[in-house]
Design a protein around this ligand. Structure first.
Ligand code: C6P
Length: 414
């Protein structure tokens, strides 16, 4: 597949690519090679058109009107919720709460469940490989509520070091919140096993599935997750919409996070009563077009096939791993077995410089700490470069990444 060999693009990939308008564009006169999918993915026509169709033909507020447009919008929005619930195998669509993104979903749990259940003497366990959105909300609540925040360490090879898990998870642990697939290391954590370990000490488990739900089949019931969160924009959906899944009894018992319209059953001057699930957690006019767009995105992914996506990314990532490992001075972060992303450093070259050199050739990667500073601290670096793949990426694009990195190596001659 590299340079001298002839390139065969899988017909399935080329027909998939034609469904993503942005993939036709050029950057600095070169075809776009979009390898920043862990930050956000591109949108297929089906998603763009579903939102356009809402605004053109039935734009209206939901749950409020009895006129036709409002009923159509409500049906489309709630229909999307049902399909999203099925996509992750939630027992009921009442358990899939629309949030703005994964970050907000974790904050709902931290503020609502946390305030009701955490205090001095309690412990919340997270890991050293979390994204800031699964660290900072717990640090904020820790200051306010006085519980102890603990971290599962990682090994030098980028896996969770579970040797001390028996001590870290104990009768004081109320919640174990961990990332399913690391956005820096690519590590795929044994989620079902970790949930089981949490339950064994009577703790709940929250899974940050931001980098897993878009890329592999995820079944919330098989995982036995108490809470699971993800963002729509990382799975071909729009920005501004995400999901908080929770077990029904937990969500029922939790107080609302925000107050306002739609989340109430009755408001009197003397006080208010809350709406049923999921509306109790959806105050105010929601992101209607975005909810509809996310419904179209999961339809699209199911049509492509989650197993196929996982296998395609696996093949692409293994190929990229092999080729990147041969680039002089390039150091890959994390284990060989991984999800569809590879973060790396190249000699002493700053990742921003690497990204700029690649951009000149139309190749988009991410550079920086990827909102995961603690993991970079742990690895003794301040930043890294990251290529992340999705269903529309090709082996030829991996080759272009490698050529760009070799060029950067020569330019900066480290
Ligand atoms: N990571 C990345 O480039 P939001 O911003 O709420 O949509 O997603 C937050 C988030 C939570 N957990 C993990 C594991 C993530 O990777 C992300 C988002 C992006 O790596 C943007 S910083």
């Amino acid at each position: 597949m590299n340079g001298s060999q002839s390139i065969t693009v899988d017909p399935k990939i080329s027909s998939l690519r034609s469904l993503f308008p942005v993939l036709e564009r050029q950057v600095h006169g070169k075809p776009l090679v979009y390898l920043d999918n862990a930050a956000t993915t591109q949108k297929p026509l089906a998603v763009i058109e579903s939102m356009d169709n809402y605004y053109r033909h039935y734009n209206s507020n939901i749950h409020r009107g009895v006129h036709s447009l409002s009923e159509e919008a409500t049906a489309a929005y709630e229909g999307a919720r049902e399909r999203i619930a099925r996509f992750i195998n939630a027992a009921s669509d009442r358990q899939t709460i629309f949030t703005r993104n994964a970050t907000e979903a974790i904050n709902v749990v931290a503020h609502s469940w946390g305030r009701a259940n955490l205090g001095p003497g309690d412990e919340v366990l997270i890991t050293e490989m979390e994204h800031h959105s699964n660290i900072v909300p717990w640090q904020i609540m820790q200051e306010q509520l006085g519980f102890t925040l603990r971290y599962v360490p990682i090994t030098d090879g980028g896996l969770l070091d579970l040797s001390e898990l028996d001590t870290l998870l104990n009768e004081r642990t109320k919640l174990f919140a961990f990332v399913h697939v690391s956005n820096v290391l690519g590590t795929v954590n044994p989620a079902a096993e970790l949930v089981k370990a949490a339950h064994a000490v009577g703790a709940l488990a929250l899974i940050d599935a931001s980098q897993s739900v878009p890329h592999m089949p995820v079944d919330v019931q098989a995982l036995d997750a108490d809470f699971l969160v993800f963002s729509g924009h990382k799975l071909c959906g729009p920005t501004g919409i995400g999901i908080l899944y929770g077990k029904r009894d937990l969500l029922e018992a939790m107080p609302p996070f925000m107050g306002g319209g739609d989340m109430i059953r009755e408001v009197k001057m003397s006080g208010s009563r809350w709406n049923t699930l999921p509306y109790k957690f959806e105050a105010g006019t929601p992101a209607i077009a975005e909810g509809i767009g996310l419904g179209a995105a999961v339809d699209f992914l199911q049509e492509v096939g989650m197993d196929w996506i996982w296998q395609h990314e696996h093949a692409l990532t293994s190929y990229a791993y092999e080729r990147l490992a041969q680039v002089e001075g390039l150091h890959i972060l994390g284990p060989e077995q991984r999800g569809g992303l590879i973060a790396f450093t190249l000699g002493e070259v700053h990742p921003h410089d690497l990204s700029a050199v690649l951009d000149a050739d139309g190749v988009a990667i991410r550079a920086g700490h990827h909102c995961a500073q603690p993991i970079h601290d742990r690895l003794g670096i301040v930043a890294s470069a990251r290529a992340s793949f999705y269903l529309y990426n090709t082996f030829e694009e991996v080759d272009k990444l490698v050529v760009g990195l070799e060029k950067a190596g020569q330019i900066f001659a480290f």
